[in-house]
Design a protein around this ligand. Structure first.
Ligand code: ADP
Ligand code: MG
Length: 697
């Protein structure tokens, strides 16, 4: 497949292109900036810009765009053409170093959570040279960070870059203590597995709920769901396979290493996994992947749904965020080693994650939360809302053994002494079985399984990097002062096992017993997005984010406000869409159906034949009863929605009202409508049903 080799990365201004096209000195200087974070001077930027422009124009570019990731969770772009008029009425094509490095975007309509008042709406974009520029359509895209006039971050990339820097610094400190003097950088690596649904566009177009909210707000379950397990890893239908082929090609051109594609559990559900890369590039790539999934689906007459719960009654979609730390000399720090020394180092990094996840579980819970994910977490298809870590029995026993100094009754035969004995080889498959844990060790990385399918992976990773960074710093402080290094390593592991071991849970995370057990252990159970949002205002969380310079307090506060607003707005749109569909589609259909049945009764009666019309009258009674129930639920939702919009409540109170009152009423309205769907003539029902949608492609 030499063609694949040629197309891979063909639209990316990557290292190979830079090496080939940039003057040697420029290339070297730029590499220093990319690898070591050294500032880039304008002269170098001029040369890079000009070279980038030539490369892009050869590929048909007419425009360039600073591409950024505002707090909406999706990407934004503003296109400028390369043209510059000359005095003779013609144009030349220009792209300066300044234009490459910095842009100004009127950002007044992006959420800022109070960080930037509208009359000072200036936002700045700054080139992120650690993620390569690329070509899409006729535009050269330059990945950028987005901030306000006074430097507060307005996006998801800046905190991610800051967190990568701090985790690198603190991981290196630990590595030096273990005698590693060669690595100069530690990189957070990420591989996000992306789930999605594909449905026929003709079906989608007939459903206002899908159009406005990305999920179905009504719909009785189809006679068949996912119970036969015949879709999971099933053979891929030709239409889907054509889509995947097309998508792969688009992704490969952008240097995105789409690797695995398969059918998922629910009908019409699929998954794509790329090969992991740096957290920053993985995040950019995941945003592009989601965008290209949607675009490519349309080309194939389908719509790609990235919502966490498009259909009730079958599984929804998530995103598994695989995460690890790697040195720039190629060592995966979460890979168990072969020598006692390597093992001690591995255990320290492992314990850093365990401690971080236990102490900042609420921040991670938030990173996995959004309005859509409220339908999944804790609902037997996704991990519960409780954060716990799966380590596997072997690894847990090893920690236990070290913690009790080799004297406990654990089944490990020989005494384990950190830094002296070699760990028993961990069987990879033994750590891979548990599928119910929100945060699972899978042999040489952690898999955070709580992230929503539509969410950016920026926040899970910047929270993770920051909290692990904090613990690595604490460990280095201890180890630097230690009289005997190995003894201190032992003591750290013991402390973590004793104080944070409560977060380790290797059992079935979907069981009811676990919820009770977790409560006994004192683990937080933040049930909803709104509950999780409050983590942003918890003092210890503000302290850790501020200390590592990932967010200042204002930036935390702004994220708190934006998240509440996001919740309020999404539920409000859903409620309005429900009312629109219920009042103008379902209710009229129900009335029409009842009158058809009534007519049939009249007609039969007028024949003067003594026929048994009890079926007709029963049906009429049932239809009329459900219709009046539906009408009652509609009025109730209208009243509650009105109340939700009353002023004189703060955004938190308003969000809670939407969750506890509006959302609950939406469920009652849905129940009435879904019952009607099951008795109304299918020719009268106003939009495609689950059976129509889920089994159509
Ligand atoms: P599984 O099927 O058990 O979930 P895979 O081996 O298929 O595991 O990997 C899933 C994802 O994890 C892939 O995207 C892969 O690239 C990613 N991954 C593997 N190693 C690492 C690592 N060291 N850091 C981050 N992600 C990784
Ligand atoms: Mg996985």
């Amino acid at each position: 497949m030499s063609q694949l080799i040629e197309i891979f990365g063909s639209n990316v201004f990557n290292d190979a292109v830079m090496r080939e096209r940039l003057p040697k000195a420029t290339y070297k200087a730029l590499k220093k900036t990319i690898d070591d974070g050294l500032p880039l001077n304008l002269e170098i930027a001029e040369v890079v810009a000009s070279c980038m422009k030539d490369w892009a124009i050869e590929k048909g570019a007419t425009h360039f765009s600073h591409w950024f990731q505002p707090m909406t969770g999706i990407t934004a772009e503003k296109h400028d053409s390369f043209i510059n008029p000359t005095s003779d009425g013609k144009v030349i094509l220009e792209f300066s170093g300044k234009e490459l490095i910095k842009g100004e975007a009127d950002g007044s309509s992006f959420p800022s959570g109070g960080l930037r008042v509208t009359f000072e709406a200036r936002g700045y974009t700054a080139w992120d040279c650690t993620s390569p520029a690329f070509m899409k359509g006729n535009t050269l895209y330059i990945p950028t960070a987005f901030c306000s006039y006074n430097g507060d971050t307005l996006d998801k990339k800046t905190p991610l870059l800051r967190s990568m820097e701090c985790v690198s610094k603190n991981a290196l400190r630990v590595l030096r203590l273990f005698g590693n003097n060669t690595a100069t950088k530690v990189i957070a690596t990420v591989g996000p597995e992306q789930e999605y649904f594909l449905i026929d566009k003709k079906m989608y177009d007939q459903r206002k709920d899908l159009i406005f909210t990305g999920r179905t707000l009504f719909g009785a379950m189809a006679p068949k769901g996912q119970e036969m397990d015949d879709h999971y890893f099933g053979s891929i239908k030709p239409r889907i396979s054509a889509f995947m082929k097309d998508l792969d090609e688009e992704l490969w051109k952008l240097g995105i290493s789409a690797k695995t594609e398969h059918n998922e559990v629910a009908p019409a559900q699929h998954e794509l996994a790329p090969i992991f890369t740096t957290a920053n590039i993985a995040t950019d790539h995941n945003q592009l992947t989601m965008e290209l999934m949607k675009k490519t689906a349309l080309k194939h007459g389908m719509v790609c749904l990235l919502h966490e719960k498009p259909f009730a009654g079958v599984n929804g979609s998530g995103k598994h965020n695989n995460w690890s730390l790697s040195t720039n000399d190629g060592q995966n720090l979460l890979e168990p080693g072969k020598t006692p020394h390597e093992n001690a180092q591995f255990l320290i990094f492992l314990c850093a994650v365990v401690k971080a996840v236990d102490e900042y579980a609420d921040l991670l819970r938030l990173a996995g939360a959004n309005p859509g994910n409220d339908h999944r977490l804790g609902a037997n298809e996704a991990p519960p809302a409780i954060i716990s870590i799966f380590l596997g029995d072997e690894l847990t026993r090893i920690l236990e053994q070290i913690a009790c100094g080799g004297d406990c009754s654990s089944s490990i035969s020989s005494k384990l002494k950190v830094g002296v004995t070699t760990l028993p080889t961990l069987r990879q498959d033994s750590t891979d079985r548990n599928r119910t844990s929100p945060f699972a060790f899978t042999g040489n990385k952690f898999e955070f399984r709580m992230v929503g399918s539509s969410a950016s992976v920026a926040s899970p990773n910047f929270f993770l990097n920051t909290i692990v960074s904090e613990v690595l710093e604490q460990f280095s402080d201890r180890l630097e002062k230690a009289e005997d290094f190995n003894t201190e390593v032992n003591a750290i592991i013991k402390d973590v096992y004793e104080k944070n071991g409560r977060v380790i849970f290797n059992g079935n995370g979907y069981s009811d017993e676990w919820v009770l057990e977790a409560e006994k252990r004192g683990l937080p159970n933040l049930k909803s997005y709104v509950d999780a949002i409050t983590s942003l205002q918890v003092e210890k969380n503000m302290v850790v984010m501020e200390k590592h310079k990932v967010f200042n307090r204002n930036e935390m506060k702004s994220r708190y406000e934006i998240s509440l607003e996001k919740y309020i707005k999404s539920i409000n749109i859903e409620a309005l869409t429900m009312l629109e569909m219920a009042k103008r589609q379902i209710l009229p259909a129900a009335v029409r159906f009842a009158s058809e049945v009534a007519n049939s009764i009249n007609q039969i009666n007028s024949c003067g034949v003594a026929a048994d019309i009890s079926a007709n009258t029963e049906l009429l009674k049932e239809a009329a009863g459900l219709t009046s129930q539906l009408k009652k639920e509609i009025s109730e939702l209208e009243t509650k929605l009105c109340k939700a919009q009353e002023p004189n409540q703060n955004s938190y109170e308003q969000a809670v009202y939407y969750k506890d009152v509006v959302f609950i009423q939406m469920n009652s309205l849905r129940a009435a409508a879904d019952k009607l769907e099951s008795i109304v003539d299918s020719r009268i029902w106003p939009f495609p049903t689950y059976a129509d949608i889920l089994f159509n492609v």
